[in-house]
Design a protein. Structure first.
Lengths: 152, 500, 500, 152
């Protein structure tokens, strides 16, 4: 099986069948003991938002994994992203809405402030554009992943 | 036994820390818990547990009435407030006095004095303690603020007169920004402490934050246990602390000088129990009184590791009226300790909080490693409270060895299900500045702006990372995902255990 | 960096311990593993791992040839033998010398001298070190044995001249039992050490076992790091060890006297690296040289906790030819440490071994707790090796506090899937004899014969135990078990999470 | 539901419906947080051969749990125990057989020595009687729970 992966931003193909002979064991959930020749690597995986983080010897790699069938779908999703949803990265409470619907925003401009775990967290626009939808108001409780606004 | 029963008015790792001390002293402990904390570790570990209300802290952990009710119904003789929540609330100390409960902390009067930055400042000036140049008291309005700031000279720091922890604090570089800063800080202070009063002081550019641990008994004796270096801060919150301070280690006379000053501060406040005197240290090693924290600090373990003194047990004995068990001469400092504050937050996404269920939890162990934690596998980190879930502290004979041990321990620490800042520490530790002990409060900000993905020369290690991520992705894939390949050059046993 | 790469010729917790030291010294480590140990923790943690053969130790961990091959192929510069396996095998030390590999231990000559109890005894007598009255050498036959035993006076101890660890050892109370004891001991010694030679010495009734840790460099300097009390033994195997010895704590001059004697022993053996001189101490506090262990001891952590010295790192530096980093004057002892050896064995069924898969593993944490372990959840403890799976050690300022801390830590330690002796320690710690430090090598046997189920006056606690067991039993029941009851007075949330 | 239990040798009935109101949660596998009133008990369960061990506050209870339906069966099993099987408590290797088939043995007398984890473990007769069957010979590998002998 061939997988297309992106590791720390660099695309690679990982051929599981042709790969360097490796002895890989999942010793605990998300923890892999991998022997390549005599080198021993313990790799600990944490799933991230859109990639996996693989920690090994204190180095942390961001790895995106796609197989050919999924890739087509993923590309489709990317192309549809002219209008971009801004989601809350965690559950919390909207303590401030910093922009009005229709406003022009720059990339990185704050849109909404969410309070969670006693911290006020400013959620910013991923791109320059216009706020075409604002889905929350001050005082509202939001869940992780809930759409806060859409920027086009 | 100093007390027949102690109630811990807190949650999380610090409640667990205090319960452990009680257990070791053979004193029954009473946990309190809000509705979302029924299965929290402090509830599991305590001898008794009292429900005190719903999740929002002001209805539970911040409710003096409910805490006192819980103490009464459980028959506790003393209350340990931990840090945060009500720990610096003089009302609780006063209410304990009235209810004939021992408050494991200083007197209400000391707390009131030190709780007001302006009053504390005046008292310290009177006691001959050096303070940062600044206004004599809270500033009454925008005009007065402008006048004071001009007199002190920019940059200035606008600070909430009540409270701490970086809330209600703004650096102002020039007069044009002063008004906006005052407005924001006052509103934040109002929300955080119920008091919008502000004052203004000189902003020291990239000072070090060095603090002194003191212990005083109720018989007028005060000693210090040396310093902690807490210069590594993000958003004015400490993230890495150590003892000794590398600066003090290089200039040993500073420990005596700052220690004696801290004891003078404590005496001037009529202080007893454990407390911490915070100083800012400028580039010429002049130190200025910043504030006194009238409670146990988050970072107390580094002092414990180096001095061998158990601060929580000392607190309990002092509150029971026992004299200090140690004299200043008996305090000695051995080796070096460093602590990391492990937060449920996402270092790859603006350090946003990351509450949720912990799936797996591997903790580091072996020589010189101490973990204080309220977390366990299967526990859900609640949304409602501080994201501090654990503290990792290490001890070694020297600072370089402690750094190496901390790196080793961080490599062994693994939490899944939520995100944590564990990877963040690792990247700080390897920086030359950190290794050389060149620390100041601007360290983390500079470090974050400099941070770029370090190229790594080990393609085999990268291959291992890619392989593990791929296997994990395949394993996690729903049933309609790809079937395992028919042939493989990997050893079959490994493969089958992975892809089943 | 003393070495460019170190191979660890061992497995389990001690291999993990050495790998951690290597990691902290920035020295790449090479693990070796038998077929059943592919997923053992030491393989996971090392930088490299070399398969050295099938499960039986004599084909893998005891094979000098395979160990040396692994060192050659991996390019290791030094070999750390741990304890057990080849650690006291002079052949390995000699083979390392020939292969120009550093052996992290003493010279082969020191090992040969100390490996023979009879030769060691003669050398110690010559050096003026007190020894237990006994035969001058191995006994040649039954008649000579009878003669020697008669001369020394019963009870006598028949011991294997080679080896240790309680194997090939018999106490003989009277002449009538001598012949049978000789036969059994010789056969056991033959099996264990490949050498049936025996010797005979006076059996001290319930002595204390106190040992001294020494460190010597390759430049002729030798220091001692004080004593460990190891009197608590079952089947001649240590189970609980501590530093200081309560006896020495009460008679401080003993540390100096025994320490100086131990240094004399080491010098007489031309000893370098870490070693331990074991003494028996009789009721009049006279001490007798018993043997010298020419390797790191299982119980080394208690010395590390009290002295702050990292023995494994010292071993590595010494093997690289570095001079001792510490002088005798610089060694100081702070507080008290106690260690428990956690075995995979069933204390409720004759301490039978209990290999198998570990399902869950909660380790104690917090102040003063150190766990050294090769175990993790999901790991299968193999049948083929020693049942020691972890060591729990605690440190506190005083012995009573250390005992309280150990009790607390034992309460937090929980392993399921296999049986362990954790509950056994708890019941020892509460005994008055232990608390008062009245320890001797007969302690455990007396304690086990006295042991009876203590009546407990807390019916509510018993109810909680019954309830939990019942819920567990219901949960574990196959699907055709009883359905959950329709109504319940328990809080519904608790119930539903239990009975689903 | 009523359960018959035996706790440290003392029989009791545990009525789950009528029981003292308790708030019991399984917080980790085999670990129960039980609040009875305000008392907090953390009970850790280890399954034993024929009972559960429940550890709480350093005290360890041996608990046998039976419900009425199962009890009948269990009693039946007990009555059939005139002829008693001696099982190996762990996997290992038979290094010595100490008795011959047909031999009279006393309670506690050694029957077989099993080596496991570098230890030699003597398996003893649970009762006085006669060895009516000897199922293993020296050098044999045995699994945990395998019958070594039968004593009548």
């Amino acid at each position: 099986m061939k997988l297309e992966i992106v590791i720390d931003g660099r695309p690679r193909t990982l051929d599981l069948d042709e790969a360097t002979p490796a002895d890989a064991r999942e010793v605990e959930p998300g923890v892999y003991s991998i022997l390549i020749g005599e080198r021993s690597y313990e790799v600990k995986i944490e799933p991230g938002e859109d990639c996996y983080y693989a920690a090994v010897n204190g180095r942390r790699y961001a790895v995106q994994v796609r197989d050919p069938r999924r890739l087509a779908r993923a590309r489709g999703a990317l192309q549809a992203a002219g209008r971009q949803k801004v989601a809350s990265p965690m559950p919390g409470k909207v303590v401030r809405v910093l922009v009005a619907e229709g406003a022009e925003v720059s990339a990185g401009q704050g849109l909404v402030v969410i309070e969670a775990m006693k911290m006020q967290n400013e959620i910013r626009s991923p791109k320059a554009g216009r706020v075409v939808a604002l889905r929350v108001s001050e005082g509202a409780a939001v869940t992780g992943g809930e759409t806060l606004a859409e920027v086009e | 036994m100093p007390f027949r029963k102690i109630l811990i008015a807190n949650r999380g790792e610090i409640a667990v820390r205090v319960i452990r001390a009680c257990r070791e002293m053979d004193i029954p402990s009473v946990a309190v818990y809000s509705e979302v904390d029924r299965t929290a570790l402090h509830v599991r570990m305590a001898d008794e547990a009292v429900a005190i209300g719903p999740a929002p802290a002001f209805q539970s952990y911040l409710s003096i009435e409910r805490i006192l009710d819980a103490a009464r119904t459980s028959g506790a003789e003393a209350i340990h407030p931990g840090y945060g929540f009500l720990s610096e609330n003089a009302e609780l100390a006063r209410a304990c006095e009235e209810a004939r409960l021992a408050f494991i902390g200083p007197s209400a009067a000391s707390m009131v004095l030190m709780g007001s930055k302006t009053a504390a400042r005046r008292a310290m000036i009177a006691a001959g303690v050096p303070v940062v140049p600044g206004a004599d008291g809270a500033v009454a309005g925008a005009d007065e603020a402008r006048g004071e700031a001009g007199r002190i000279g920019y940059p200035v720091l606008v600070k909430a007169a009540a409270g701490g922890g970086g809330k209600g604090m703004r650096v102002v570089e020039r007069e044009a920004d002063l008004l906006a800063a005052l407005r924001e800080a006052a509103s934040e202070a109002e929300r955080a402490f119920g008091d919008p009063s502000l004052y203004i002081e000189k902003y020291l550019v990239t000072p070090r934050h060095v603090e002194i641990q003191v212990l005083g008994d109720r018989h007028g004796r005060v000693i210090h246990l040396g310093e902690r270096e807490c210069s590594l801060q993000r958003r004015h919150q400490k993230v890495v602390e150590e003892c000794p301070s590398p600066l003090v280690a290089a200039h040993p006379e500073m420990r005596r000088e700052m220690g004696e000053t801290a004891v003078r501060v404590a005496r001037a406040a009529g202080y007893y129990n454990a407390g911490t005197v915070e100083f800012l240290v400028d580039r010429d090693r002049r130190f200025y009184f910043l504030e006194m924290n009238t409670r146990l600090q988050v970072e107390h373990p580094v002092t414990e590791l180096v001095t061998g003194v158990d601060l929580v047990k000392e607190q309990i004995r002092i509150a029971a009226g026992e004299p200090l068990s140690l004299t200043q001469d008996q305090i000695d400092w051995r080796g070096a300790a460093i602590e990391c504050r492990v937060y449920a937050e996402d270092p790859d996404n603006n350090f946003f909080p990351s509450p949720g269920k912990i799936l797996t939890l591997d903790r580091p162990a072996g020589p010189g490693v101490r973990v204080d934690s309220g977390a366990y596998p299967g526990w859900t980190v609640p949304l409602e409270y501080d994201p501090l879930i654990a503290k990792l502290a290490v001890w070694a004979p020297t600072r370089p060895e402690a750094i190496a041990r901390l790196e080793r321990a961080l490599g062994e620490y693994h939490i899944t299900g939520i995100k944590t800042n564990l990877s963040f520490f690792r990247s700080i530790l390897v920086s030359a500045e950190f290794r050389e002990g060149r620390l100041d409060t601007g360290f983390i900000d500079r470090w974050m702006s400099r941070q770029a993905a370090a190229a790594d020369g080990d393609p085999e290690q990268e291959h291992a990372a890619a392989l593990a991520a791929a296997l994990y992705a395949l394993r996690s894939r729903p049933a309609n995902g790809a079937a395992p390949p028919a042939r493989s050059r990997w050893r079959s046993e490994g493969r089958s255990s992975l892809l089943r």
